[in-house]
Ligand binder design. Structure first.
Ligand code: ADP
Ligand code: ZN
Length: 695
């Protein structure tokens, strides 16, 4: 009777339902297909390979570049009694031998390895004797030179795949993959090639409809500051991202001059200091943090209300990840990117420093060899600035990235010396020219890719279409059909977060709506609130003092206002929250944010006249009514199919709410009362399909 997948999910992981996308991936794998999965960080990608690994015979090899996380992942699996292990450079050779023996005996369901492990003959020998079920490649974007984290070791995985029988499933998983990167992954990992079935490509979860996306053109720092102060005043709690450490300090200073105490954070701070700042922000001790892009990993404060980019970021991946930290609670959050063309130069400078031209690579390496030859004990110790000067390079940043690259390619070794801030460098006796050439080729490619990604960001800045759509398309997810309510291209007037002044007429309207809800004592729904306020509700409601208070407000405007009030935390369903009572009674502060976006399109009183050619409110409601009927018909059909009474499918109130709110994503659907995780998993797709059909 019960679904074996759901049962396995509960048994092994204790989860009641799949997250969006997960079930599709698991089914594809169990059906014998390869898959590419693109979902944002935190959306539950690991489960996409862990669960099928447990449900298939044989071992699953998980490739991950994040050596530091392997142990935690394996420990977490072990805690669930799942036989898993990892192999990486942190293990002693005895330990490695022991683990390889276990692998051979088929004792592991999952084994985590770094990509370079596939060059290790002992591992390859063991692998040949291991019955393999699947090769799962985590952080699969590392295989693409167009990605932000290209790792040549990943390219080698193509050959590994080619040597595998087509019965071994392939699963590539990543949080960021643009079109070009997705194509690289499919091609290099040979998904769907060599006798393999067409792979399933699943991109989901990128939509963040509660983020208001804005780009503001600014000319001076003074303009940026003025704007930032307004945003902070309005939204209170958030993150200001700057491109450099120097700018972080400067902005913190500017804010302090204006009485705003903000924390500062950058990647060069010591561990203790970083943790202290993060904790202070997480616990709300300081509402604002000014930071470089190093800030954010592991910051899961749900109520971040704004993210401002003081400078342009280097790519849309970085940008979306950073704004994505706002509004994790699902409530309205404000994102604003300050755009000044001059700031693009900073990013270009970063790109140039990170990818120096070939002559600099050769010159620096020659200078290092020279210095080592002359140095005592074949060693040379210098600051990046000194190296830059000696080799005729402009930027010490470039020296840093090159020295790290040289080391990774075995062209030099660094040793830390007590009392010296700079590591001592030694070089092997012979210069490895092919390695140098490889480095140069890699840098040329990365330079092109980095510039391309910066151009994509500039295209976004100049976008003439919806920003939400632009970003979804960039990450390969199809956008919902519903028009956007939250970006400055779709709604140019939104470009400024307005303020509700105490004498604002809209505030009076909001009070009328809230007092109406309060007087309904939890009964009814938002359309009924509209009917009462318009004086159209049935007899029984006539006694309410709010009856007929907003006769001219379009019903839809009232309903949307209720929804906005809910988003802003003044309403919780048909109940007022404490903040809602404060607003009705004129106590405390009023910061209805979502309400603005609604209020701008519909002032509740007097009712706006429809523009010529615009639909009237009744016309706009018509499809919703058709949708309600379609939903009921669907529920009846579904009930007949499953041979259960119709109310077992979904409550009629839930159906009505779906017809009214017209959710376009799983997240929105999940917010509808009565849509539990199980119902969401069972009927989500069908319901969203119906809503879309009636759009
Ligand atoms: P990602 O790899 O996408 O960043 P993870 O795989 O680490 O995300 O999952 C993030 C969190 O979500 C983990 O704590 C995981 O246990 C949890 N999770 C994953 N799938 C589900 C599910 N179906 N139901 C509830 N929690 C889940
Ligand atoms: Zn838009």
């Amino acid at each position: 009777m019960s679904d074996p997948l759901a049962e396995a999910l509960r048994r092994w992981f204790g989860f009641g339902a799949f997250r969006p996308g997960q079930e599709r991936v698991v089914r594809a794998v169990l059906d014998g297909r390869d898959a590419l999965v693109v979902m944002p960080t935190g959306s539950g990608k690991s489960l996409c390979f862990q669960l099928p690994a447990l449900m298939m015979g044989g071992t699953t090899v998980v490739v991950s570049p994040l050596i530091a996380l392997m142990k935690d992942q394996v420990d977490a699996l072990a805690a669930r009694r799942i036989p898993a292990t990892f192999l990486n450079s942190t293990l002693s050779s005895d330990e490695t031998a022991q683990r390889l023996a276990q692998l051979r005996m088929g004792h592991c369901k999952l084994v985590y390895v770094a990509p370079e492990r596939f060059r290790n003959p002992r591992f390859l020998d063991a692998l040949r004797e291991t019955p393999l079920a699947m090769l799962a490649i985590d952080e699969a974007h590392c295989i693409s030179a167009w990605g932000h984290d290209f790792r040549p070791d990943y390219l080698h995985l193509g050959e590994v795949v080619a040597a595998l029988p087509p019965t071994v499933r392939l699963l590539a998983v990543t949080a960021t993959a643009t079109d070009a990167v997705r194509r690289d992954i499919l091609e290099h990992l040979r998904l769907g090639q060599g006798g393999r079935a067409e792979p399933e490509v699943i991109v989901t979860g990128f939509e963040r409809p509660n983020l208001a996306l804005n780009v503001t053109r600014v000319r001076t720092h003074a303009e940026k500051l003025e704007r930032l102060l307004q945003i902070i005043e309005f939204f209170r709690s958030g993150i200001v991202y700057c491109a450099t450490r120097r700018m972080v300090e400067r902005v913190q200073g500017l804010l302090a001059e204006h009485g705003v105490r903000a924390l500062a954070y950058n990647g060069a701070m010591g561990d203790g200091e970083r943790t202290r700042v993060q904790d202070a922000f997480m616990h709300g001790e300081a509402p604002v943090v000014v930071a470089t892009n190093a800030f954010g990993m592991g910051v899961d404060r749900p109520d971040i209300r704004f993210v401002v980019h003081w400078d342009v970021p280097g790519s849309l991946e970085a940008y979306y990840q950073e704004v994505g930290r706002a509004g994790r609670d699902g409530a309205y959050a404000w994102c604003e990117l300050f755009f000044n063309y001059a700031d693009v130069r900073t990013q270009e400078f970063f790109i140039e420093s990170a990818n120096p031209p070939a002559e600099h690579v050769y010159e620096l390496y020659a200078a290092i060899r020279n210095a080592c030859a002359q140095g005592e004990g074949g060693e040379a110790t210098m600051s990046p600035e000194a190296w830059a000067e000696r080799a005729g390079l402009k930027s010490p940043l470039a020296v840093r990235s090159l020295i790290a690259l040289f080391e990774r390619n075995g062209l030099l070794r660094r040793t830390r010396r007590v009392g010296s801030p700079w590591s001592a460098i030694t070089v092997p006796p012979e210069s490895d020219t092919p390695a140098l050439r490889r480095i140069c080729d890699g840098l040329t490619r990365k330079d092109a890719a980095d510039r391309e990604r910066l151009r994509d960001l500039l295209d976004y800045v100049d976008a003439r279409g919806c920003r939400h759509r632009f970003l979804l398309a960039y990450f390969g997810e199809s956008a919902p059909a519903r028009p956007c309510t939250k970006c400055d291209v779709c709604h140019p007037v939104n470009a400024f977060p307005p303020r509700l002044l105490p004498d604002d007429a809209r505030l009076t309207d909001l009070r009328k709506v809230l007092s109406c809800v309060a007087r309904m004592h939890g009964r009814g729904d938002y359309p009924l609130v509209a009917a009462i306020l318009r004086g159209e509700a049935p007899e029984a409601w006539r006694a309410l003092t709010t009856f007929g208070l907003l006769p001219e407000a379009p019903p839809r405007a009232i309903v949307e206002t209720c929804e906005a009030l809910e988003m802003d935390g003044y309403l919780a369903g048909m109940r007022l929250t404490p903040a809602g009572y404060d607003l009705v009674l004129g106590r405390g502060e009023t910061r209805p944010i979502a309400v603005f976006h609604i209020g701008r399109t519909h002032a509740l009183s007097p009712a706006p006249r429809p523009e010529p050619g615009e639909q009237t409110p009744t016309e706009r409601n018509a499809p919703a009514t058709g949708l309600a009927a379609a939903l009921r018909a669907w529920a009846r059909q579904e009930a007949a199919r499953r041979q259960v009474p119709a109310f077992m499918i979904l409550h009629s109130r839930t159906l009505a709410a779906i017809a009214r709110k017209r959710p376009t994503t799983f997240d929105e659907l999940a917010l509808i009362p009565g849509m539990g995780e199980v119902k969401l998993a069972k009927y989500g797709e069908a319901l969203l399909g119906l809503v879309q059909a009636y759009h």
